[in-house]
Ligand binder design. Structure first.
Ligand SMILES: Nc1ncnc2c1ncn2[C@@H]1O[C@H](COP(=O)(O)OP(=O)(O)O)[C@@H](O)[C@H]1O
Ligand SMILES: [Mg+2]
Length: 301
């Protein structure tokens, strides 16, 4: 499809810092050089309920506290978790963008915590069925996200095609596990599928061990996963760190307030702050531009 490739190439050029359009402003099709440094972080896990949404939201806020512009995209199609955790009820979501009923600008929600959120849609599963025009429109709308410094994508558990698309397209994939044997096995399972299913895997694969009782416990769990990934998959997985098991996490979920805000001195909040500073120290090849995300997401590479 020659003209589609051309359209993609043109679009690649738009997401640059020179394009200083405000978040969500209509794309004027400016001549950028695709050098916008948006870091796209997909949060994934093998097993459900291991803490992806808590990590996504609180990591996002901790990033925002460092002065970054952050958008959390809820790509967990079944459970609309991100907004629930923030006590928000989005009227519109990505489905409406895909269907051209709303623009991305119209569905991005401000929160009280310095981050913005985008509600997901089961419409994602229909991306393969979009007409060329709808697809191009959606690609255009996705570029709105390139105004952020950080985009955190909270995915659903397991390995649907959607999760794999997000992981393939991201700069970093954070795999979340807990010390439970089932979670560890499933974390290795998703890493294995990522390694075998994604061509030209070119992402920073990172591991977070949630709900630990000691730093040592986290390190031990991580070592097991990292060692077998290296041994059997020849894959480098980096240990990003752990989050303490902390009763304030579920209390804050019930209060619908993120714990880094409500309980900033708690063990869980301090853990997340450490994760952010470690993320900031990890390499991120910021010369690839947002265009790469789009290209990879739509399987063009
Ligand atoms: N560090 C933690 N300490 C204690 N409980 C936690 C922690 N992380 C997660 N939980 C519990 O696990 C539940 C599920 O977390 P959630 O982020 O929704 O998981 P996921 O998005 O992976 O399904 C939370 O509501 C909370 O009760
Ligand atoms: Mg979740």
């Amino acid at each position: 499809m020659e003209d589609q490739a051309q359209a993609l190439r043109e679009m690649m050029g738009r997401a640059s810092p020179q394009d200083a359009r405000p978040l969500g402003a209509p794309d004027q099709g400016g001549m950028g050089n695709a050098a916008k440094k948006t870091r796209i972080i997909a949060v994934a896990s093998g097993k459900g309920g291991v803490g992806k949404t808590n990590l996504s939201v609180n990591l996002a806020i901790a990033y925002a506290q460092l002065g970054k512009k952050v958008i959390v995209m809820d790509a967990d199609l079944g459970l609309a978790n991100v907004n629930v955790m923030l006590n928000m009820i989005p009227k519109f979501n990505l489905y409406h963008v895909i269907r051209k009923q709303k623009t991305m600008r119209e569905i991005i929600l401000d929160t009280d915590y310095g981050i913005r959120i985008v509600a997901g849609a089961s419409g994602f599963s229909k991306i393969a069925n979009l007409s060329e025009e709808e697809r191009q429109n959606f690609i255009n709308e996705l570029y709105t996200l390139s105004e952020a410094d950080i985009v955190i994508i909270d995915t659903s558990a397991g390995v649907s095609a959607n999760v794999l698309s997000f992981v393939a397209a991201a700069d970093d994939a954070i795999i979340v596990t807990t010390p439970e044997p089932t979670a560890i096995t499933d974390a290795y399972g998703i890493i294995k599928i990522i390694a075998t299913e994604i061509e030209n895997l070119n992402i920073g694969l990172k591991l977070v061990v949630n709900r630990v009782h000691s730093v040592l416990e986290g390190r031990r769990v991580a070592e097991r996963i990292i060692n077998i990934s290296g041994q059997f998959l020849n894959l480098k997985v980096e240990y990003l760190g752990c989050i303490y098991d902390d009763p304030i996490v579920s209390q804050c979920v019930i209060r619908q307030k993120p714990f880094v805000i409500a309980e900033p001195k708690s063990k869980a909040a301090i853990s997340v702050q450490h994760l952010v500073s470690r993320m900031e120290k990890t390499e991120f090849s910021d010369d690839r531009g947002f265009g790469r995300f789009i290209k990879k997401f739509f399987g063009k590479d």
